[in-house]
Design a protein around this ligand. Sequence first.
Ligand SMILES: [Zn+2]
Ligand SMILES: [Zn+2]
Length: 393
Amino acid sequence: MPVIPRILDHVDELTAIRRDIHAHPELGFEEQRTSEIVAAKLAEWGIEVHRGLAKTGIVGTLRRGNSLRSIGLRADMDCLPMQELNEFAHASTHSGKMHACGHDGHTTMLLGAARYLAETRNFNGAVHFIFQPAEEGGGGGKVMIDEGFFEKFPCDAVFALHNRPGIPVGEMAARPGPLLASSDRFDIRIKGKGTHAAHPHAGIDPFVIGAQIVLALQTITSRSKDPVETSVVSVGFMRGGSAYNVIPDELHIGGTARAFRPEVRDLIERRVGEIARGIAGTFGATATVDYARNYPPTINDADETAFAASVAAEICGETGVRNNYPPSMGSEDFSYFLEKRPGAMLWLGNGPGEGGCFLHNARYDFNDSAIPTGASFLARLAERFLEREAKPS
Ligand SMILES: [Zn+2]
Ligand SMILES: [Zn+2]
């Protein structure tokens, strides 16, 4: 596989860094140790280090030549609040924290690319290496942008990788347009009237109302939305009550909604409110609805995706790149970067995975044999991007 030989030379050090970060996972905005490792390595390789964005965010900048072209390459550094079940030597030493999404690998591969580019400097322009905190729900990418990332570090385009089980190691996948969905949350609080469970007629039962709301929420995707559009509405919890023989006053229902297009997102928000309030009203109860918009959909720019896929083919071979890979209803805060600049996120094969497990599984582990492919791709992407002519604006 034609990965960059010079990156292969450093694979032992990169693997050691990856396993060290895996063994010491840190939650969003708490990536002190991880960001210290990143900053120290960047400085050691002669890369300008900028701290201070989004608490633990680090940006490394390399410039060469007189071109005003610039590219941003982004990795995420945070772990998940879950207990690791692996027992290998580099398993998490932090109780209740685990790198189950492979961000340890993302950070390591971007370091590998940074080292190569710092040593070879075979480009004309600027490369910004973006190490962001808090991808797993905290929106660290958004915080970096809100705190002035693009003003301080102008980028013509931005790119990222995410590891993906189910794609063989040494292969990659790309998709123009919608890659990942938006991620919104809703809270429905039904206020009925508590009573003795043997005397339901003396109260207003929020469970019976809540059960009908849960069923009716499924009609948003099956009956309110155009069937050719994709979306998901899922209830994640129902909380209420405390005794076998008591009908409580209140029930709290919470869940998530995913979509690719803003119009569908608007429709879901409107219908969740109408359904909850309407059904509650039918039974003499009230419902209050909070709908919170979290990550926007991750939309890859078509031209930049084609460009990145052509670079992936240089590293993985033509048959090693899957184009038009199916979209997923997961979400990513790289979406905030892609709202501001053209670019793309690509999938990097992680192999079948230990026991075939997927991301966010308590036995997940980033596959170290994918490091050369990912680091080579990011490095070559920067070189190729900066040798391209600027698009006329
Ligand atoms: Zn994740
Ligand atoms: Zn992730």
